[in-house]
Ligand binder design. Structure first.
Ligand code: SF4
Ligand code: SF4
Ligand code: SF4
Length: 207
C-alpha cells in the first residue's frame, strides 16, 4: 500500500502456500477498509508531517507462524494459528513427533501423542503430516502483536491476544488506530506512545 495513504498493509502469499493455516480472504478487506476509513494520510498531514517527515502506520498479516511478512516489526501484526488436538484414531506412528520442529509432541508410552502447549506455536505441521487424520485443528484464528518498530530504537511487537477471530482482529485494529490518533501528536510510532502511557492504558482502550 502506498505511503501517501498513511498506511502500509502487508500480507503473505498464503493463497499459494501449503503452509497457510488460515484463509485470510475474509480478513484482508476488513483491515483495508478500517485503514482507509481512518484517513491516516490526512491525519499525518494535519500534524505537519509531509515530504521527508511523512509517516506510515504499518500492518502486517501472516497466514501461519512462519511470519513471512515481518509481523514482529509492524505496528499491528496478525499471525494465523491452528491449535492442534488429537481427535481421531492414532496408530502411534510417531510422524507428528518427527515433524514438530518445536519438540512439542511426546508419544506418551507409545500409546498416544501428548502436546506441550508451552512449546507449541500452532503452526499446524503435525495436523498436515498425520497419516491417520487423527490430529485436527481444534481452533483456528489469529494471534495479535502490537508495537513493533525498527529505526534508531528498534523493538519487537508484543503479543496482546493469543487467539482471536478475524472479526475481533479487525475490531482491535480499529480501536488501536483510534487510540493512536488520539495520542499521536508529532508522528510518534505506536510503540513509543504505548510505552509512555503504559500498556494497561492501551489495553483498556482496546477492550
Ligand atoms: S507466512 Fe506462512 S502461509 Fe504465509 S507465505 Fe509464509 S509460510 Fe506461507
Ligand atoms: S502445531 Fe506445530 S508446533 Fe504445535 S505441536 Fe504441531 S507441529 Fe508442533
Ligand atoms: S502422526 Fe497421527 S497417527 Fe501418527 S502418532 Fe501422530 S497422531 Fe498418531
Amino acid at each position: 500500500m502506498s505511503e501517501d495513504k498513511g498506511f502500509e498493509l502487508r500480507f503473505c502469499n498464503s493463497a499459494s502456500c501449503a503452509l497457510a493455516v488460515v484463509n485470510t480472504e475474509e480478513l484482508l478487506p476488513k483491515l483495508e477498509k478500517i485503514l482507509e476509513n481512518a484517513n491516516l494520510g490526512a491525519f499525518y498531514q494535519s500534524l505537519g508531517l509531509k515530504g521527508k517527515k511523512r509517516r506510515c502506520f504499518r500492518v502486517a498479516v501472516a497466514a501461519c507462524p512462519n511470519a513471512c511478512t515481518q509481523v514482529h516489526i509492524a505496528d499491528y501484526g496478525i499471525i494465523g494459528q491452528a491449535v492442534p488436538a488429537l481427535e481421531g484414531d492414532c496408530n502411534t506412528c510417531g510422524v507428528c513427533v518427527d515433524v514438530c520442529e518445536e519438540e512439542a509432541i511426546t508419544l506418551f508410552e507409545d500409546r498416544f501423542p501428548m502436546i506441550n502447549f508451552e512449546y507449541c506455536i500452532n503452526c499446524g505441521a503435525c495436523i498436515r503430516a498425520c497419516p491417520q487424520d487423527a490430529l485436527k485443528a481444534e481452533s483456528l484464528g489469529y494471534k495479535i502483536l502490537v508495537g513493533g518498530k525498527l529505526g534508531r530504537h528498534p523493538m519487537l511487537a508484543k503479543e496482546v491476544f493469543a487467539l482471536v477471530s478475524a472479526e475481533k482482529a479487525a475490531e482491535i485494529l480499529d480501536k488501536t488506530i483510534s487510540f493512536y490518533q488520539k495520542h499521536c501528536k508529532s508522528g510518534e510510532r505506536l510503540r513509543v506512545i504505548i510505552e509512555k502511557l503504559g500498556w494497561d492504558t492501551y489495553l483498556a482502550a482496546i477492550s
